[in-house]
Design a protein around this ligand. Structure first.
Ligand code: SB7
Ligand code: NI
Length: 181
């Protein structure tokens, strides 16, 4: 796995290119490596050994590749996995008016500093994407999973989480925004 690209690298601010199907061997391997990276980052022993920060998602621009591909791996209770998916060419096809933000704010593997503040996102989203086999899938998700997927799709559009934080008042959101934590 290549190093994670850091904020300041122009690849993180570009709109990533569409992925063509059938996937090239190179792109297949990249998808596999990205998911493996997430699994390793969530494995305490491996993460400690390789000094990895735990990640629930990873987008191709974060490994320096400007392609519309992102992996999400959201753990659930009791060692269960809530969401494990490789999202290729994902688009948000519908979104709730209601917004949600993580109480703790967000972080990013590509952003070294801690940027405090609420990151308002749609509480529910419907995402259309292609899987590794090129099949079109539709995913309806809410709350934490929806936040993670929006964070990753943002990466494919050159957006970083702190872009959404209110500059004057980082912890102010409108009344209808639910806080998740
Ligand atoms: C908090 C963290 C993430 C998503 C949403 C809320 C993912 C952090 C890892 N990444 O930088 C993935 O792009
Ligand atoms: Ni990120």
């Amino acid at each position: 796995m290549k190093d994670i690209t850091r904020d300041g690298n122009p690849v993180l601010r570009k709109r990533a290119e569409k992925v063509e199907f059938p996937l090239s061997d190179e792109n297949k391997k990249m998808a596999k490596d990205m998911m493996e990276f997430l699994k390793n980052s969530q494995d305490e022993k491996i993460a400690e050994k390789y000094h990895l920060r735990a990640g629930v998602g990873l987008a191709a621009p974060q490994i320096g590749v400007s392609l519309q591909m992102a992996c999400v791996l959201v753990p659930g209770p009791d060692d269960k996995i809530e969401l494990e998916e490789t999202l290729i060419n994902p688009v948000i096809v519908s979104e709730s008016v209601r917004m949600a933000a993580l109480e703790e704010g967000e972080g990013c593997l590509s952003v070294d500093r801690n940027v405090p503040g609420y990151v308002p996102r749609h509480d529910k989203v419907t995402i259309r994407y292609q899987n590794l086999d090129g099949e079109t899938k539709v995913l309806k998700i809410r709350d934490y999973k929806a936040i993670v997927c929006q964070h990753e799709i943002d990466h494919l559009n050159g957006i970083l989480f702190y872009d959404h934080i209110n500059k004057e008042n980082p912890f102010s959101v409108d009344d209808s925004t639910i806080l998740i934590g």
